[in-house]
Design a protein around this ligand. Structure first.
Ligand SMILES: C[S@@+](CC[C@H](N)C(=O)[O-])C[C@H]1O[C@@H](n2cnc3c(N)ncnc32)[C@H](O)[C@@H]1O
Length: 268
């Protein structure tokens, strides 16, 4: 498979759309609350990096003067545009862009947002510097990034424990940090921002469709990890079966990845 981004390990095509929709169903309420807390309003120009299917961008366009969502995946953006047209949203656009060299005009946005993008990048500080260039002086960068080391089941599930550790190690070998959420305040300072707010949340489930989001996500990472030699197909299937047992048992609690939140300002 040709490399996409910094060896982005999920599919960047349609096959990942349903999983991305569930990601948004679980996490968008937190994103909206954070952006409003950061002060996003109808006077502002908003830009999002790694917007995926554009759920947060479309919502932001209803709060801000206008919104641009950018992503490296043309197939994700096609779906993002289709949904914007179906909702007849007038103030939203989507553009294909690699965060490192996005080509957006400098100092032209009041707010930026990204979620679960920087943990997929080998140079997260350079990516934040790239965001910095697009923001006006005093502009606000809002980020939400995951820490996968926090995923667990209680009572403990050997399958959840093993797949989590295999996934973290495979990411390290790829040169990216799947625990990066806990570091975003340090990356922001290094990129020149003033940190205004930090926080974190971690969804937990005993039952319901969202409980298996991480089993699904680990399986979606499977093909990349098998091709990298991190595990075999047989091991993946055995771990998938173990995670299924935990997911289907209403007495087993599944704690998902912890998402770290950041509000930071470009100095005036
Ligand atoms: C885990 S998904 C998250 C999508 C969206 N932010 C959300 O939370 O629903 C990561 C996204 O980053 C995009 N991506 C990966 N590498 C990128 C890069 N170098 N520049 C821009 N986008 C990138 C992928 O195409 C994908 O849409």
């Amino acid at each position: 498979m040709p490399s996409f981004g910094d060896h982005y390990s999920f599919s960047h095509g349609r096959s990942d759309h349903e999983r991305l929709r569930m990601l948004c169903e679980i996490h968008d309420p937190y994103a909206r609350e954070l952006l409003l807390k950061a002060g996003l309003n109808s006077a502002h120009r908003y830009v999002e990096f790694g917007c995926g299917l554009g759920y947060v961008t479309r919502w932001a366009s209803t709060q801000a003067a206008n919104a641009i969502g950018t992503d490296l995946s043309t197939e994700h953006l096609e779906e993002a545009r289709r949904l914007a047209e179906a909702a007849a949203l007038p103030n939203v656009e989507f553009e294909t862009a690699n965060i490192y060299e996005h080509g957006l005009p400098p100092e032209s946005f009041d707010y930026s947002y990204s979620r679960w993008l920087l943990v997929h990048l080998q140079r997260p500080v350079d990516a934040m510097k790239s965001i910095y260039t697009t923001l006006k002086p005093g502009g606000i960068m809002v980020c939400e990034e995951a820490d996968l080391a926090q995923i667990y089941a209680e009572p403990p599930s050997e399958a959840y424990n093993r797949i989590r550790e295999i996934t973290l190690e495979a990411a390290r070998k790829r040169g990216v940090d799947f625990t990066g959420g806990r570091k975003i305040h340090t990356w922001a300072k290094e990129a020149g921002f003033e940190v205004l707010h930090v926080g974190a949340f971690q969804p937990h489930f005993l039952t319901g469709p969202y409980k298996s989001f991480w089993s699904w996500t680990f399986l979606a990472l499977g093909p990349a990890m098998i091709s990298e030699g991190a595990l075999t197909e047989a091991e993946l299937q055995e771990l998938a079966q173990g995670m299924r047992v935990a997911d289907e048992d209403p007495s087993v609690l599944v704690g998902q990845s912890r998402t770290h939140q950041l509000i930071a300002r470009k100095p005036i």
